[in-house]
Design a protein around this ligand. Structure first.
Ligand SMILES: [Mg+2]
Length: 276
């Protein structure tokens, strides 16, 4: 970790005053777990489940996962078997359109009926014709993946996907979401709106951090950077890129170090409280 990164982290953790219950928001794919072509095999990096379990058991952090996946996919991947994380975690799915509370309640944002119809027609078409890519069928979106394909094939799939998605994306309520190795045509809230909702539920001044890797996480970084309370936006990625995030860390060592420091910052805060 660079000296500057260490300093940014120290400054952030110094805002954990006695009694604070910070909010820790984490993306899943590419952030906690390395990329896998078979998405059902994307398990967290070594030691990450244990680090998260420690933070949860410490009982001072509100930890929430915000993912592009349907929310229900996260629990089994994150927990491990037998479970290392033994408590249910709140998950926001579909880039913020879906909310799965820790107690199992689920909320899904609804699209206008005409828009939903067009989207459903497109999903039906793609179920039979995947354009040579990997089609992911979501209730609020059609997603085409080409990561892992050869550059030539990827270019071809992207071209065909854009031809199909772009005209429909101009319809009311629909938007295109570009991510690394794919394109999503979707309706609903983005990760930035999810973050604003979560922060709004916490007492004013609650420190909040968001960790993500993809271009879709930029909406989250931007939303976080506008919060008046102490905040930290972290780009977790093998290589740096142009980003709105305050800090760049490289996984998995940067991730493990970050989680460890988070836990320790709250331990120290507890000790200070006892002394005082
Ligand atoms: Mg990601």
């Amino acid at each position: 970790m660079t000296e500057e990164a260490t300093k940014t982290l120290q400054n952030y953790f110094a805002t954990f005053t006695p009694g604070t219950r910070p909010l820790l928001l984490l993306d899943y794919d590419g952030t906690l777990a390395p990329f896998r072509v078979d998405r059902s095999k994307a398990r967290p990096y070594t030691g990450v489940r244990e680090a998260i379990a420690k933070i949860i058991h410490q009982g001072q952090t509100r930890l929430v996962i915000i993912t592009g996946r349907p929310a229900r996919e996260i629990g089994p991947l994150l927990r491990g078997f037998p479970p290392i994380i033994d408590q249910p975690i709140e998950v926001w799915g579909l880039h913020g359109s879906e909310r799965l509370h820790a107690d199992g309640r689920r909320e899904l944002e609804e699209a206008p009926p005409a828009t939903q119809r067009r989207l459903d027609e497109l999903r039906e078409y793609l179920r039979h014709n995947n354009l040579g890519g990997e089609f992911e069928d979501k209730p609020n979106a059609a997603v085409m993946h080409w990561r892992g394909a050869s550059p030539r094939t990827a270019k071809f799939i992207e071209m065909r996907t854009r031809e199909l998605f772009e005209p429909i994306s101009r319809l009311d309520g629909l938007m295109l979401l570009q991510f690394e190795g794919g394109l999503e045509l979707r309706v609903g809230r983005d990760k930035g709106a999810a973050i604003r909702t979560l922060v709004g539920e916490m007492p004013a001044g609650t420190p909040v951090a968001y960790v993500g890797d993809d271009v879709t996480d930029e909406a989250a970084f931007i939303a976080l950077n506008q919060i008046p309370a102490p905040h930290l936006s972290v780009l977790m990625r093998g290589e740096p890129r142009e980003t709105a995030a305050n800090l760049w860390l490289r996984p998995p060592s940067g991730l493990r170090g970050f989680l460890k420091r988070w836990y320790k910052a709250l331990q120290n805060e507890g000790r200070r409280k006892k002394v005082a």
